[in-house]
Design a protein around this ligand. Structure first.
Ligand code: SAH
Ligand code: SF4
Length: 362
């Protein structure tokens, strides 16, 4: 397994960003700066409610304090390097972190609600053979501040600072990286984004997707506040899953499903199993029947994701007819299955296409 560099994005500047801090921590910071507690609360409102990412623009704070914040306490070190616009309205963001590393986030508008797809690591070490992110390996962990900053920066670009997203925001941890190999920072970012006195994005509106890191699935099940859980399955038999998602050798399917079954679900909650459809590899009716056998009796649904190809990847997408036949096999056996429409393919923003490239095409 790859060793991570542990440095945080702020170590090169010595300045710790404000995004990620709780209201109490910002009140404590105000005290440190010789300011009354209410200044800390104002700061909190500026960062999370109004999304003012430049201290100089926090006009309700005294000028001296703004100047001090600008010099010593940046709100975030994450900035937009480039935005790619898809013909379907999807936007792919190439973001710079404080140390020059880059990650990607994707904004996906749907009529009822926007979805922001965020990264949890710079690259990924899991090495799934159908995923472009795997090609860059993992360069480093992201901090909770960096993970949460993606949502603020993207919302500001789309709607402008201070403008509430008109129909709320879903957040999915399905960008670059394996969230459960950066568990603590991911969960901290969830607390930042869901804090009722701040961004107030309900954990029910967030989904963490994992390739199946079993010990962390158990931890996740014990969290008091947690997002929905999605598991990337990609194959119903170990022999094939070993090839597609190499950590399956460590965390095989039967153990993975047992861990999933142990997660206590809310009243209307279901697990999601993601299944990337690879032409001639995992998309036969027989595979669908095996999959249905595995998931029978679970409160779960299946999302069938047409493979998003790239020149470096050795797979083709299954045809729509094949995906529909696969879906029929599942539904006929009582398993809810949905076909995911690819978004942002023309700008390399779709699932598995994120590789922090500064060009529109993969
Ligand atoms: N690392 C996590 C989350 C990021 S990947 C995970 O693997 O779950 C998000 C989803 O994209 C996963 O379900 C993955 O199986 C899928 N995916 C990866 N590469 C893909 C590709 N080229 N085409 C379609 N889906 C892909
Ligand atoms: Fe990592 Fe997920 Fe891509 Fe696999 S599919 S390499 S776990 S980002």
């Amino acid at each position: 397994m790859v060793r991570f560099r542990t440095m945080s994005s702020s170590s090169d500047t010595g300045r710790t960003p404000l995004v990620g801090r709780t209201r109490d921590e910002l009140v404590a910071l105000a005290a440190e700066l010789g300011e009354p507690a209410f200044r800390g609360r104002q700061l909190h409102d500026n960062v999370y409610r109004r999304r003012v990412l430049d201290p100089a623009a926090m006009t309700d704070l005294p000028k001296a304090l703004r100047e001090r914040l600008s010099a010593e306490h940046p709100v975030t070190l994450t900035t937009v390097r480039e935005v790619f616009h898809s013909t379907d309205g999807t936007r792919r963001y190439l973001l710079s972190l404080g140390d020059g590393e880059a990650v990607e986030s994707v904004f996906i508008p749907v009529p009822s609600r926007d979805t922001i797809c965020i990264s949890s690591q710079v690259g990924c070490a899991v090495g799934c053979t159908f995923c472009l992110t795997a090609k860059m390996d993992v360069r480093r962990q992201m901090t909770a501040s960096e993970i949460a900053s993606q949502v603020l920066v993207v919302l500001n670009d789309v709607y402008g600072p201070g403008v509430e997203a008109p129909h709320g925001t879903n957040v999915v941890f399905m960008g670059m990286g394996e969230p459960f190999l950066n568990y603590d920072e991911v969960m901290k970012s969830v607390r930042t984004l869901s804090s009722p006195d701040g961004m107030n994005i309900s954990p029910r509106r967030m989904t963490v997707s994992t390739a199946g890191i079993i010990p962390r699935i158990h931890d996740f099940g014990r969290e008091a506040v947690r997002p929905e859980l999605a598991i990337s399955l990609a194959a119903p038999i170990d022999e094939l899953r070993d090839e597609l998602i190499p950590i399956n050798r460590k965390y095989p399917i039967a153990d993975l499903l047992e861990a999933c079954r142990s997660v206590p679900l809310g009243t209307r909650e279901r697990l999601t199993f993601e299944y990337v459809m690879l032409d001639g590899v995992n998309d036969s009716d027989a595979m669908a029947r095996t999959l249905a056998g595995l998931l029978g009796g679970m409160r779960a649904k299946v999302n069938l994701i047409p493979h998003n190809p790239a020149p470096e990847l050795p797979f083709r997408a299954s045809s729509l007819e094949r995906i529909e036949a696969f879906q029929r096999e599942l539904v006929g056996r009582g398993i809810d299955a949905y076909i995911r429409r690819p978004r942002g393919r023309d700008i390399s923003a779709a699932c598995g296409q994120l590789a922090a490239r500064p060009t529109a095409q993969a």
